[in-house]
Design a protein around this ligand. Structure first.
Ligand SMILES: [Zn+2]
Length: 168
């Protein structure tokens, strides 16, 4: 059974040893895709998981001892980063900044529709391109929702004094 890497046994550690979060299982192929080439020889035949905790520096951990941290990744990991450079869709290259710019100017974002259209057309490869191994669309939708709410809050704050003036 040496080559059967995805089969879990009773002793398998499913939690990240750094933060205790239960990680999402990822394919070895995903780990190979994201780990910098100088660390590739450490990618063993362990069953790997992705730690999605934003504060935790560990990105991938094996069920025995291997750990890979954010500094050992080729790209910025969306789940661990904040700010406009944060990737929200790895397949089509959208960042949080792209969504913010649209939302600030138009109040909405076309990115979720664009991404779901491309997924329907079979042009995504999230399970490998996204470090979390999950489909990008969930994170795209969450980010657009948060940025839209942030814009509404900031508009209310700037409108309040003007409303007070008009009421008098
Ligand atoms: Zn962790």
């Amino acid at each position: 059974m040496r080559y059967c890497v995805s089969q879990a046994d009773a002793k398998t550690e499913t939690r990240c040893s750094a933060c205790g979060t239960e990680g999402r299982p990822v394919e070895r192929q995903t780990v190979l895709h994201h780990v910098k080439h100088e660390h590739l020889e450490r990618v063993s035949d362990e069953a790997f998981r992705f730690c999605g905790d934003q504060q935790c520096p560990v990105v991938y951990y094996g069920d025995r001892e291997i750990r890979f941290s954010v500094d050992e990744m080729r790209e910025l990991v969306g789940a661990k980063a904040t700010g406009d450079a944060r990737p929200i869709c790895y397949c089509f290259g959208f960042t949080e900044g792209d969504a913010r710019e649209e939302i600030v100017h138009t109040g909405k974002s076309t990115i979720p529709a664009t991404v779901s259209g491309l997924i329907k057309a079979g042009r995504c490869a999230c399970e490998v391109r996204n470090p979390s191994g999950a489909c990008c669309l969930g994170e795209v939708n969450r980010t657009v929702k948060r940025l839209t709410a942030e814009r509404e809050t900031s508009m209310k704050e700037t409108l309040t004094p003007a409303d007070d003036c008009c009421a008098r």
